[in-house]
Design a protein around this ligand. Sequence first.
Ligand code: CP
Ligand code: NVA
Length: 303
Amino acid sequence: MPRSLTQITDLTAAEVSRVFDLCAQMKSRKIAPRPLEGKSVACIFTKESLRTRVSFDVGVFELGGHPMYITDREIKLGERESVADAARVLSRYVGMIVIRTFKQSDVDGLAKYASVPVVNGLTDLVHPCQVLGDYFTMLEHLKPSDRYKIAYVGDGNNVTNSWLNLAALIPLDLRIGTAADTHPDPDIIGRAKANPDSKITITDSPDEAVAEADVVYTDVWASTGYKHLAEEKAAKLQEYQLNSALLKKAAPHAIVLHCLPAERGREITDEVMDGPQSVVFDQAENRLHIQKAIMTFLLEQMD
Ligand code: CP
Ligand code: NVA
């Protein structure tokens, strides 16, 4: 079976390091591999996207391949035919499948039945490419540490779950500041807590989460496909807004991350997003480099 990235925990800690090494080499242009030469990549998007859609398109092209953007209007995954049959058919045409969709089970199903690698470009459950790129961004901007203090404030969502997945693999002091009923996935919390080298704190106190943190991270309060919950979420999460007063509680060297798109004035203020500690656009750029590294790594595993 080919290797896929359905969640970060599909990788080992050593493999995550390999992906970061590849990413650094790609970004510095020390290497320019073309493992997709002569191959097409099916990029299936059933949710909106700017960063993921464009960075995969560019990344596939730079790796020598042909990206094919497919929306649910055409294929109706799991509706016109089963996910398993779609996986089998796509594998006869393309060298890789990238998918952004709602259900994690659709990504898992594609990975189970495809004979080519499948890369998760975001589901309701996780966003693995995002958090791998984010950790790479931290490594670029922070002094080396055995265990970074990462504060995530806001909705316990797919990005939060991916931070927990990373904590299951590598040592992190991950503090999640969120409301009582916006917690991340309990099974994923359990797996992260099983790593004795990581420290996982889930707290309703934004101040506790952010205290002396190296990184302060936030994301939209209502995720893509769930914007109808915006007001309800805002009422619950107002005190978790990443503003200057909250950022002052972090370490003085702390960097600010946001996966974007941001809803300025809601989960993050302009002052913080445009302030000197924010590296959100470096973070966005790194999506391109990390995804090229992930695709190259998965194709290496096919040899
Ligand atoms: N961060 C991110 O995945 O952005 P898009 O939703 O625009 O792809
Ligand atoms: N939680 C957000 C992340 C966007 C990159 C969403 O799912 O919309």
